[in-house]
Design a protein around this ligand. Structure first.
Ligand code: FAD
Length: 452
């Protein structure tokens, strides 16, 4: 059968765009459909605008600390609409970059909602197209807990477009998105509370790192409340919100933001017309080549629920393009040692095993730690502490995990990830000359393990 396209991609986000562009570059006839925004979640309502808001929030500390370096300025004021307008302009520019990347690589772009009609047919804007392979890269969507008054709350989809900075904010959730937005609002001057039902946020990260971040955020005035959850939200006549917690206490606030997990975006996708099935967590089930239970349909990125990060989605997109259209260059995605950051204020950067994971995996470990005030803060009144940890296999000397809370943690840990990928031992770290004076040099000067 002659198909209209070799590959039809649904969703022009991180993974879909990468797969489409490279497939077209390898000579395939490729189409892509996008229903909302080019670049997907990351560019429009995720990583990029979030990081811009994080930069914006950090200026409050920078301005405060500048006094210690001799700078005086009239009392700084913050204007949220300016930040949002400038952010929107940058995102629009990026949307244009994505459009031209697709067009220049020869991908046919359809702007509209795509629906599967059968295992080889996609319908967009009333037109039907056939394809030998169809790739689902539709990402995820925020979960909203089913509680009375949930309609008064927002999610990360809306937070980037608020007209004004609320005076008081309540963020519910314990994952990285909740932690980051609590830091953003706190940094920008809103009285911020974060509520999480677990005993400590950021499950899955190194325990000492989580505890250190908790203490630093508390020092910065964030009201952290664990082991509690929201029972109901009531709108008051003056427009404010009264939030009742499960212990019966109430919090008055101006904004409630839910960051309580994400579900795969498969709404009205027509999967019932195919043999695509879901795994136990509700994400699309695929094999090691991202092929679903319907052989002509592949899926990747957040919608398969493996590692929900942009660089992972793009790596998967690359792997799919190569396997289908340039098999000689195919390399599977290596899911080991994926570095990641939490852009709280201060940031977390992390790669490799946490202390608990290392012990659970049967390693006999040695842990090195350093906690210090950075040189930059020495002249200021800030008592923020940077914290670094190395988890080392005591038998092989291999460094298993590198973790940090502090300024530029993401920038620093990216390089550490290369060292871990190369199998660096603690001896290699010790033999590496530091760059002085930096915070990062601590990673190559830790000599004494902490007591077991
Ligand atoms: P997406 O980027 O979500 O793209 C899916 C696209 O499919 C969307 O554009 C959607 O409109 C489109 N679509 C859906 N259904 C259809 C349909 N039926 N027809 C046509 N189009 C459709 N990751 C990081 O690595 N670092 C970060 O700092 C980071 N921060 C984040 C902050 C937030 C607030 C959020 C929500 C996410 C963040 N992420 C971050 C995660 C990152 O955004 C995702 O991992 C990444 O976008 C996944 O890419 P994807 O291609 O799977 O899906």
């Amino acid at each position: 059968m002659a198909f209209d396209y070799d590959l039809f991609v649904i969703g022009a986000g991180s993974g879909g765009v990468r797969a489409a562009r490279f497939s077209a570059g390898f000579g395939a006839r490729v189409a892509i459909a996008e229903s909302r925004y080019l670049g997907g979640t990351c560019v429009n309502v995720g990583c990029v605008p979030k990081k811009l808001l994080v930069y914006g929030a950090h200026y409050s500390e920078d301005l405060e600390q500048a006094h210690a370096y001799g700078w005086t300025a009239s009392a700084p004021t913050f204007d949220w609409p300016t930040l949002i307008a400038n952010k929107n302009e940058e995102i629009q520019r990026l949307n244009g970059v994505y459009r031209s990347l697709l067009v220049k690589s020869g991908v046919k772009l359809f702007e509209g909602h795509a629906r599967l009609v059968d295992p080889h047919t996609v319908e967009v804007n009333g037109e039907r197209f056939t394809a030998e392979h169809i790739l689902i890269a539709t990402g995820t969507w925020p979960n909203v807990p089913d509680i009375p008054g949930k309609e008064h709350a927002i999610t990360s989809n809306e937070v980037f477009f608020l007209g004004q900075l609320p005076k008081r904010v309540l963020v519910m959730g314990g994952g990285y998105i909740a932690v980051e937005f609590a830091s953003i609002f706190n940094g920008l001057g809103a009285r911020t509370t974060q509520i999480y039902r677990g005993e400590l946020f950021l499950r899955g990260f190194d325990r000492s790192i989580r505890e250190h971040l908790r203490d630093e955020l508390t020092k910065k005035g964030l009201d952290l409340r664990f082991r509690t959850t929201i029972k109901r939200i009531d709108k008051q006549p003056d427009g404010s919100l009264s939030v009742t917690l499960d212990d019966g206490s109430t919090i008055e606030t101006d904004l409630v933001m839910f960051a309580t997990g994400r579900r795969p975006m498969v709404d009205n996708l027509g999967l019932e017309n195919t043999g695509v099935t879901f795994n136990d967590d509700g994400f699309i089930r695929v094999d090691e080549h991202y092929v679903s239970t319907e052989p002509s349909i592949l899926a990747l990125g957040d919608v398969i629920g493996r590692v929900q990060l942009t660089p992972v989605a793009t790596a998967e997109g690359m792997a799919v393009a190569r396997r289908l259209f340039r098999p000689a260059e195919y390399r599977p995605v290596d899911y080991h040692g994926i570095p990641t950051a939490v852009f709280s204020l201060p940031h977390i950067g992390t790669v490799g095993l946490t202390e608990d994971q290392a012990v659970l995996a049967g390693h006999n470990i040695t842990v090195y730690e350093s906690r210090f005030g950075t040189l930059k803060l020495a002249l200021t009144e800030s008592n923020e502490k940077t914290f670094m940890r190395l988890i080392v296999d005591a038998d092989t000397d291999k460094v298993l995990g590198v973790h940090m809370v502090g300024a530029e943690a993401g920038e620093i840990i990216q390089g550490m990830a290369v060292a871990l990928k190369a199998g660096a031992t603690k001896r290699v770290f010790d033999d590496t000359i530091g760059i002085h004076p930096t915070s990062a040099e601590e990673f190559v000067t830790m000599r004494t393990p902490i007591a077991a």
